[in-house]
Design a protein around this ligand. Structure first.
Ligand SMILES: [Zn+2]
Length: 369
């Protein structure tokens, strides 16, 4: 009975999404088929709607194709340290005129658990309007890319460091940027000429890492290949044409966001989606200059559908009542206004073909017994 209720809710949500996006062409029919297949998979999962406690109201309404935004926001809200850094600095945010986007995010945090859907919709749409001032691609309706949305949000928060630091200083306080503190990492690229051995080195900061998809491969494999040495064409002063490029992580963040490149251009410049299954590691070791670190999966954004402009985004995240350390495998599945309880084991099992953005949290190595 519980499964049936959940299935009907999901059907209703996805079908509404499909209707909004039109369903006349062959491509749309393929999306419908994929959604139906996804629903069949979801139906098999033993999850329970949450009828009690605060979790009931954690969803966000979706009247106009904003599932990409709802799913992304739910994943950001799963990052407790990130959210706490914003909520604890509300006074600085309130006094800095430039920090409107972060005040809007704070509003979303404050009404996350509200039963007032209209209030939540206003908060989410205001956030979208403010973000669109510097990222006009999100101004109008229509399906957008959740990875591009997340990138825009994090970049804009990061760009507020100077005005917020100045505002905090004028209050006799200090400001800690939640993106710099919890998400930012540095990648060092070293190019070595194969002819003369001359090296050039460049360091760049990122808020997320985009990985080439390896069909059937694990997230750990993709990360490993990203850091492997590779050859590239480069004309050196010595006359050599080939260099070796090595990328390595210098410092690792608390929350590591990985974007799987499922959307790719073909030779004819047509955007296609790669739906190959992957192995969604729940735990993995990440190698960096500072040494190996252990990471655990805490959130997954999935895209169901065959193209970037069609389909539906959902999100899964560690239950807010739990931490990685307490060992409880309780997660929540967010599908716009609908929120269901699930587990990390189930998410990693059934998100293998549609997982798109993964968030891992650094954790301590288990103590040796
Ligand atoms: Zn050379």
């Amino acid at each position: 009975m519980v499964d049936r209720t959940k299935h009907l809710l999901l059907c209703s949500s996805l079908e509404t999404e499909i209707q909004r996006q039109g369903s006349n062409r062959q491509e749309d029919n393929a999306v419908i088929k994929l959604c139906q297949e996804a629903l069949t998979n979801i139906k098999r999962i033993q999850v329970h709607p949450i009828y009690s406690g605060h979790s009931l109201f954690l969803g966000f309404p979706n009247p106009s194709m904003i599932c990409y935004m709802n799913a992304s926001l739910q994943s950001l809200l799963t990052l407790k340290g990130f959210v706490e850094d914003i909520t604890s600095q509300g006074e600085v945010l309130a006094l800095c005129p430039e920090a409107q986007l972060m005040r809007c995010f704070l509003n979303i945090v404050r009404c996350h658990n509200s039963a007032d859907a209209r209030l939540k919709l206003e908060a989410v749409m205001r956030f979208k309007r403010v973000l669109s001032v510097q990222a006009p691609e999100f101004e109008h309706g229509g399906m957008k890319d959740a990875h591009e949305f997340l990138t825009a949000v994090l970049d804009q928060i990061r760009n507020l460091v100077i005005p917020l630091t100045e505002t905090a200083a004028s209050m006799g306080s200090s400001y800690s940027c939640p993106v710099q503190r919890h998400l930012l990492f540095t990648m060092q690229n070293t190019r070595t000429c194969k002819g003369c051995g001359v090296q050039s080195r460049r360091e760049e900061d990122f808020t997320m890492l985009s990985l080439d998809l390896i069909p059937g491969g694990s997230v750990q494999d993709m990360l490993h290949i990203h850091q492997m040495e590779r050859e590239l064409e480069f004309r050196c002063q010595c006359g050599g044409n080939t260099s070796i490029l090595e990328s390595r992580l210098l410092a690792l963040p608390k929350y590591l966001i990985l974007h799987l490149k499922r959307f790719k251009f073909t030779e004819n410049l047509v955007m296609v989606k790669l739906e190959d299954p992957i192995i969604l590691c729940r735990e993995m070791t990440v190698t960096a200059h500072q040494g190996d670190q252990l990471y655990s999966l805490i959130s997954v954004i999935s895209h169901v559908g065959s193209s970037v402009r069609k389909g539906h985004y959902v999100s899964n995240g560690l239950h807010p009542d739990h931490t990685l350390e307490d060992g409880e495998d309780r997660w929540l599945h967010f599908n716009d206004i609908f929120v269901f309880e699930t587990s990390g084991a189930m998410v990693s099992e059934w998100s293998t073909e549609d997982s798109y953005v993964l968030i891992y949290q650094r954790r301590a190595w288990p103590a040796l017994v």
